[in-house]
Design a binder for this molecule. Sequence first.
Ligand code: C5P
Length: 207
Amino acid sequence: MIIAVDGPAASGKGTLAQGLARHYGLPHLDTGLLYRAVGVATQAYENDEQFETRAISAARALDATHLADLEALTSAEAGNLASKVAVIADVRRALFDFQRSFATQPGGAVLDGRDIGTKICPDADVKLFIQADSKARMERRARQFESRGQVVDRYALFHQIEERDARDMHNPNGGFYKADDAHLLDTTQLSIEAALRAAIAIIDKSM
Ligand code: C5P
Protein backbone atom coordinates (compact mmCIF):
# COMPACT_ATOMS: atom_id res chain seq x y z
CA MET A 1 0.00 0.00 0.00
CA ILE A 2 1.44 3.38 -1.01
CA ILE A 3 0.03 6.43 0.76
CA ALA A 4 0.89 9.84 -0.72
CA VAL A 5 0.53 12.91 1.50
CA ASP A 6 1.08 16.34 -0.08
CA GLY A 7 0.59 19.84 1.21
CA PRO A 8 2.20 23.23 1.83
CA ALA A 9 4.78 24.17 4.47
CA ALA A 10 3.64 23.56 8.04
CA SER A 11 0.28 22.13 6.98
CA GLY A 12 0.75 19.24 9.39
CA LYS A 13 1.41 16.73 6.60
CA GLY A 14 4.64 15.43 8.18
CA THR A 15 3.08 14.71 11.57
CA LEU A 16 0.08 13.20 9.84
CA ALA A 17 2.23 11.01 7.59
CA GLN A 18 4.18 9.79 10.62
CA GLY A 19 0.95 8.93 12.41
CA LEU A 20 -0.35 7.06 9.36
CA ALA A 21 2.91 5.14 9.04
CA ARG A 22 2.60 4.05 12.68
CA HIS A 23 -1.07 3.16 12.31
CA TYR A 24 -0.60 1.02 9.19
CA GLY A 25 2.87 -0.30 10.14
CA LEU A 26 4.54 1.23 7.06
CA PRO A 27 7.90 2.96 6.63
CA HIS A 28 7.74 6.74 6.18
CA LEU A 29 9.79 9.15 4.10
CA ASP A 30 9.60 12.91 4.62
CA THR A 31 10.73 13.94 1.11
CA GLY A 32 11.17 17.57 2.18
CA LEU A 33 14.25 16.38 4.08
CA LEU A 34 15.91 15.42 0.78
CA TYR A 35 15.52 18.94 -0.61
CA ARG A 36 16.54 20.40 2.74
CA ALA A 37 19.71 18.27 2.79
CA VAL A 38 20.62 19.43 -0.74
CA GLY A 39 19.89 23.05 0.25
CA VAL A 40 22.06 22.85 3.37
CA ALA A 41 24.90 21.16 1.45
CA THR A 42 24.80 24.02 -1.08
CA GLN A 43 24.33 26.87 1.38
CA ALA A 44 27.85 28.26 0.93
CA TYR A 45 27.09 28.88 -2.78
CA GLU A 46 23.68 30.49 -2.27
CA ASN A 47 24.66 33.74 -3.96
CA ASP A 48 27.20 32.24 -6.29
CA GLU A 49 26.90 31.37 -9.98
CA GLN A 50 27.90 27.80 -9.06
CA PHE A 51 24.75 27.37 -6.95
CA GLU A 52 22.88 25.31 -9.52
CA THR A 53 25.71 22.94 -10.46
CA ARG A 54 26.65 22.46 -6.79
CA ALA A 55 23.02 21.68 -5.92
CA ILE A 56 22.80 19.11 -8.72
CA SER A 57 26.03 17.41 -7.54
CA ALA A 58 24.77 17.39 -3.94
CA ALA A 59 21.47 15.83 -5.06
CA ARG A 60 23.29 13.13 -7.03
CA ALA A 61 25.52 12.33 -4.03
CA LEU A 62 22.68 12.25 -1.52
CA ASP A 63 22.15 9.17 0.63
CA ALA A 64 20.42 8.37 3.92
CA THR A 65 23.41 9.52 6.01
CA HIS A 66 22.73 13.12 4.90
CA LEU A 67 19.30 13.01 6.50
CA ALA A 68 20.48 12.35 10.05
CA ASP A 69 21.05 15.90 11.34
CA LEU A 70 17.39 16.75 11.90
CA GLU A 71 18.16 19.84 13.95
CA ALA A 72 19.98 21.50 11.02
CA LEU A 73 17.56 20.22 8.40
CA THR A 74 14.40 21.44 10.10
CA SER A 75 15.50 25.07 10.55
CA ALA A 76 13.62 27.85 8.75
CA GLU A 77 16.78 28.63 6.78
CA ALA A 78 17.01 25.03 5.54
CA GLY A 79 13.36 25.20 4.41
CA ASN A 80 14.09 28.32 2.45
CA LEU A 81 17.22 26.84 0.83
CA ALA A 82 15.27 23.68 0.05
CA SER A 83 12.68 25.58 -1.96
CA LYS A 84 15.47 27.28 -3.92
CA VAL A 85 17.12 24.00 -4.97
CA ALA A 86 13.69 22.45 -5.58
CA VAL A 87 13.15 24.60 -8.70
CA ILE A 88 16.17 23.01 -10.43
CA ALA A 89 14.95 20.26 -12.78
CA ASP A 90 18.13 18.16 -12.48
CA VAL A 91 17.91 18.25 -8.68
CA ARG A 92 14.37 16.88 -8.83
CA ARG A 93 15.47 14.28 -11.38
CA ALA A 94 18.37 13.18 -9.15
CA LEU A 95 16.06 12.76 -6.15
CA PHE A 96 13.38 10.88 -8.09
CA ASP A 97 14.97 7.41 -7.90
CA PHE A 98 15.61 7.64 -4.15
CA GLN A 99 11.93 8.46 -3.55
CA ARG A 100 10.65 5.95 -6.07
CA SER A 101 12.65 3.05 -4.58
CA PHE A 102 11.45 3.98 -1.11
CA ALA A 103 7.85 4.03 -2.31
CA THR A 104 7.99 0.73 -4.13
CA GLN A 105 9.63 -1.36 -1.40
CA PRO A 106 7.71 -4.55 -0.60
CA GLY A 107 4.75 -3.87 1.68
CA GLY A 108 4.47 -0.23 0.70
CA ALA A 109 5.23 3.10 2.32
CA VAL A 110 3.96 6.52 3.31
CA LEU A 111 5.65 9.50 1.62
CA ASP A 112 4.95 13.14 2.27
CA GLY A 113 5.96 16.16 0.20
CA ARG A 114 4.63 18.35 -2.58
CA ASP A 115 4.58 16.14 -5.69
CA ILE A 116 4.10 12.63 -4.31
CA GLY A 117 0.59 12.19 -5.71
CA THR A 118 1.38 13.96 -8.99
CA LYS A 119 4.94 12.96 -9.95
CA ILE A 120 6.58 10.47 -7.60
CA CYS A 121 3.65 8.10 -7.02
CA PRO A 122 0.85 8.91 -9.43
CA ASP A 123 -0.04 5.24 -8.87
CA ALA A 124 -0.42 5.59 -5.06
CA ASP A 125 -3.29 3.63 -3.51
CA VAL A 126 -4.47 6.65 -1.54
CA LYS A 127 -3.58 10.32 -2.00
CA LEU A 128 -4.22 13.01 0.58
CA PHE A 129 -3.81 16.72 -0.08
CA ILE A 130 -3.50 18.59 3.19
CA GLN A 131 -4.31 22.26 3.51
CA ALA A 132 -4.58 24.75 6.37
CA ASP A 133 -4.75 28.52 6.31
CA SER A 134 -1.48 30.46 6.38
CA LYS A 135 -2.02 31.93 9.86
CA ALA A 136 -2.67 28.51 11.39
CA ARG A 137 0.40 27.10 9.66
CA MET A 138 2.56 29.99 10.85
CA GLU A 139 1.32 29.51 14.43
CA ARG A 140 2.10 25.77 14.35
CA ARG A 141 5.59 26.37 13.00
CA ALA A 142 6.17 29.15 15.57
CA ARG A 143 5.24 26.81 18.44
CA GLN A 144 7.47 24.10 17.02
CA PHE A 145 10.46 26.49 17.00
CA GLU A 146 9.55 27.85 20.46
CA SER A 147 9.44 24.34 21.88
CA ARG A 148 13.12 24.14 20.89
CA GLY A 149 13.82 27.31 22.86
CA GLN A 150 14.05 29.57 19.79
CA VAL A 151 12.75 33.13 19.74
CA VAL A 152 10.25 33.56 16.92
CA ASP A 153 9.36 36.68 14.94
CA ARG A 154 5.81 35.73 13.88
CA TYR A 155 5.55 38.48 11.29
CA ALA A 156 8.76 37.40 9.56
CA LEU A 157 7.78 33.73 9.80
CA PHE A 158 4.39 34.40 8.19
CA HIS A 159 6.05 36.12 5.25
CA GLN A 160 8.66 33.39 4.94
CA ILE A 161 5.93 30.74 4.71
CA GLU A 162 3.97 32.75 2.13
CA GLU A 163 7.12 33.33 0.09
CA ARG A 164 7.97 29.62 0.16
CA ASP A 165 4.38 28.66 -0.80
CA ALA A 166 4.54 31.02 -3.76
CA ARG A 167 7.90 29.65 -4.92
CA ASP A 168 6.66 26.04 -4.54
CA MET A 169 3.36 26.66 -6.30
CA HIS A 170 4.97 28.43 -9.23
CA ASN A 171 7.86 25.98 -9.47
CA PRO A 172 7.81 25.13 -13.21
CA ASN A 173 9.50 21.79 -12.47
CA GLY A 174 7.47 21.11 -9.34
CA GLY A 175 4.12 19.37 -9.56
CA PHE A 176 2.73 20.97 -6.42
CA TYR A 177 -1.01 20.84 -6.95
CA LYS A 178 -3.78 18.56 -5.84
CA ALA A 179 -3.95 15.42 -7.99
CA ASP A 180 -7.44 14.88 -9.39
CA ASP A 181 -7.82 11.70 -7.38
CA ALA A 182 -6.43 13.13 -4.11
CA HIS A 183 -8.67 13.59 -1.07
CA LEU A 184 -8.60 17.11 0.31
CA LEU A 185 -8.19 17.42 4.09
CA ASP A 186 -8.28 20.86 5.69
CA THR A 187 -6.59 20.75 9.10
CA THR A 188 -7.02 24.44 10.04
CA GLN A 189 -9.52 23.60 12.80
CA LEU A 190 -8.25 20.11 13.60
CA SER A 191 -5.95 18.89 16.37
CA ILE A 192 -3.23 16.43 15.38
CA GLU A 193 -5.33 13.55 16.71
CA ALA A 194 -8.48 14.69 14.90
CA ALA A 195 -6.57 15.13 11.62
CA LEU A 196 -5.13 11.63 11.98
CA ARG A 197 -8.58 10.14 12.68
CA ALA A 198 -10.00 11.93 9.63
CA ALA A 199 -7.14 10.70 7.41
CA ILE A 200 -7.53 7.10 8.64
CA ALA A 201 -11.27 7.26 7.92
CA ILE A 202 -10.58 8.45 4.35
CA ILE A 203 -7.97 5.75 3.76
CA ASP A 204 -10.01 2.89 5.24
CA LYS A 205 -13.01 3.92 3.16
CA SER A 206 -11.05 4.04 -0.06
CA MET A 207 -9.24 0.70 0.36
O1 C5P B 1 8.04 19.76 3.32
P1 C5P B 1 9.16 20.70 3.65
O2 C5P B 1 8.68 22.03 4.13
O3 C5P B 1 10.19 20.12 4.53
O4 C5P B 1 9.89 20.93 2.23
C1 C5P B 1 10.93 21.86 2.07
C2 C5P B 1 10.93 22.35 0.63
O5 C5P B 1 11.36 21.29 -0.24
C3 C5P B 1 9.58 22.77 0.08
O6 C5P B 1 9.30 24.15 0.36
C4 C5P B 1 9.70 22.50 -1.41
O7 C5P B 1 10.32 23.58 -2.07
C5 C5P B 1 10.66 21.33 -1.48
N1 C5P B 1 9.96 20.05 -1.71
C6 C5P B 1 9.61 19.73 -3.01
N2 C5P B 1 9.05 18.51 -3.28
C7 C5P B 1 8.81 17.64 -2.28
C8 C5P B 1 9.15 17.97 -0.96
C9 C5P B 1 9.71 19.20 -0.70
O8 C5P B 1 9.80 20.53 -3.93
N3 C5P B 1 8.28 16.45 -2.58
